[in-house]
Design a protein. Structure first.
Length: 133
């Protein structure tokens, strides 16, 4: 049976229409990561409500940065989960995704981590299109 975690780190059974809700899987190696990721998600979810159903996974990367995986397998490299930067990063992410939705591109990743060092730079990596002869 599928279980959920509330923001106080308490598990509960998903019942009724809750089973069909699109909520991300939190991937963690220990309780510290689990609580940190839950806090991060709690901080950003209201800023990115329209994006939340598309997020399938939230986890830490190799250097204590957060990675969001979307349902189309796009990886969003959030960078450091600093509460003071989350609102701005959320707005930038929405802006980038909105812009990309008008283009017919297959996105591999979106890197927001440069915003941590106050650089106004977002890197979007696109899958290379194979050309047939």
């Amino acid at each position: 049976e599928k279980k959920g975690l509330d923001f106080d780190n308490k598990p509960f059974n998903l019942k009724g229409n809750m089973k069909d809700m699109k909520i991300p899987t939190i991937m963690f190696n220990n309780d510290v990561e689990k609580i940190s990721l839950l806090n991060f998600y709690k901080q950003i979810k209201d800023y990115i409500l329209n994006i939340v159903p598309k997020i399938t996974e939230i986890r830490y990367g190799e250097v204590d940065d957060i990675i969001l995986v979307m349902n189309d397998k796009t990886c969003i490299y959030w960078g450091s989960p600093k509460e003071s930067k989350n609102k701005r990063k959320s707005a930038k992410l929405k802006q980038v995704l909105e812009d990309l939705s008008t283009k017919n591109k297959n996105i591999k990743s979106i890197d927001l981590s440069f915003l941590d060092s106050n650089k106004n730079k977002i890197v979007v990596d696109v899958f290379k299109e194979e050309k047939s002869i």
